[in-house]
Design a protein around this ligand. Structure first.
Ligand code: SF4
Length: 388
């Protein structure tokens, strides 16, 4: 059996390193293919912060695909809730690349939904994706090499979640467990592996030029690696990237589940990696802290089963509005905030953020949304206060 091939390249310049990796990979003839490049450009972040894909990695990918016959290339992304795609595309540098390279840039969420049935789906029977996807027959996933507070790592498979349609992205966080089905795995990990069955990219180009460690996907520390990986076996690319980050691929639940489903190989001895001594570049990433800590000593957070969207919203909200929360302190002079789908108790007067907390909304100030955006949280708090 032919082993999947993963190329690893290392260098100081994101453009040259990506080109080096892609040149070493036997790309197919791409003449006539309609190609979607899916970077991670879903958040308001600048190149080099380790949050979004470096535009030079996208730029080099476009050039290499063109050298292999590609004419019809589009960059597409669906941003996280509350982020305006135009702002994100400008800030991440994707707008500039699209202009320079004369490549269309599209907000995938601007179009309607299309359903995809998941073969043998146990937790997910179907998912809604952007209807634009039908216009492409070759997809390149270009994620950033990151740790993730809920899934340990976020790489090329997980990056495809951005192609789910609008709020469908949050659906994977709502999945309720049936232990017989999930066998102790988190529903999110199980859902990602099932999603991958219908959203598998044709090529993975993993941007490890500057990754993120710790509290990824958005609040960790940038980690300079200078690495780019390329493979047409995305599960194997993610496995090798995980290993370079210091994790055994089998320790990454959604990779283990994807391999069990036959979506790709994660056993390193069954993957052909070039160069063979690639582990000389291993540089372990700090894991996300097991308990989420908020850098505001006067804020108490009750988090039971929140997803990264709500956690990110909460951090943004506190960064922006922490100074305006004096009216919402409880008897201990602290602001109490609850998030997450398993939260079932909290002190009276807690600010409850997100639809997941609706079952205990009578205990505090409930802010609906999935997640609500930070300005909306503040607006609702002020409105409630004014109404007395
Ligand atoms: S309400 Fe918050 S925790 Fe619940 S699914 Fe939505 S974003 Fe995630």
């Amino acid at each position: 059996m032919v082993k999947p091939l993963v190329i690893v390249a290392k260098g100081d310049d994101p453009y040259n390193t990506t080109k080096m990796a892609l040149k070493r990979f036997p790309l197919p003839d791409l003449k006539g293919k309609r190609i979607l490049i899916k970077p991670n450009a879903a958040r308001l972040a600048s190149p080099g912060e380790g949050i979004t894909t470096h535009p030079s990695v996208v730029s080099a990918t476009i050039d290499c695909l063109r050298e292999n016959g590609a004419k019809d290339i589009v960059i597409g992304e669906g941003c996280i809730f509350g982020v305006d795609a135009r702002d994100a595309f400008r800030m991440t540098g994707m707008e500039e690349i699209s202009e320079k390279k004369n490549v269309k840039l599209i907000d995938m969420d601007r179009f309607g939904p299309a359903e995809r049935a998941i073969p043998n789906g146990k937790l997910l029977k179907k998912v809604k994706v952007s209807s634009m996807l039908k216009d492409f027959d070759w997809i390149v996933s270009i994620p950033v090499m990151k740790t993730h507070m809920h899934t340990r790592v976020s790489l090329s498979i997980k990056n495809m979640k951005g192609l789910l349609w609008r709020r469908e992205k949050a659906k994977l966080h709502h999945l309720r467990s049936n232990k017989k089905i999930t066998r102790g795995y988190k529903e999110l990990d199980f859902g990602i592996a099932e999603m991958a069955a219908v959203l598998m990219p044709d090529l993975a180009v993993i941007d490890g030029t500057v990754g993120m460690e710790g509290m990824g996907p958005a609040y960790g520390k940038p980690k300079k690696m200078g690495i780019v990986l390329v493979s047409d076996s995305p599960v194997s690319a993610d496995a090798v990237a995980s290993r370079l980050m210091g994790f055994a691929p089998e320790e990454i639940p959604y990779l283990q589940l994807s391999a069990e489903k036959g979506l790709g190989e994660i056993q390193l001895q069954n993957i052909s990696v070039e160069p063979q001594d690639y582990l000389k570049w291993e540089d372990p990433f700090d894991l996300p802290p097991s308990k989420f800590s908020i850098p505001f000593p006067d804020v108490v957070v009750y988090d039971e089963g929140s997803c990264s969207a709500c956690l990110s919203t909460l951090l943004l909200f506190l960064q922006k509005y922490h100074q305006q929360l004096d009216d919402y302190r409880l008897a201990d002079k602290k602001v109490h905030i609850g998030i997450g789908k398993y939260l079932d108790s909290c002190p009276e007067g807690t600010i409850l953020i997100g639809n997941c907390t609706s079952n205990i909304k009578n205990r505090g100030i409930f802010i609906k949304g999935c997640p609500p955006i930070s300005s909306e949280i503040m607006r609702t708090l002020v409105l409630i206060k004014e109404r007395g």
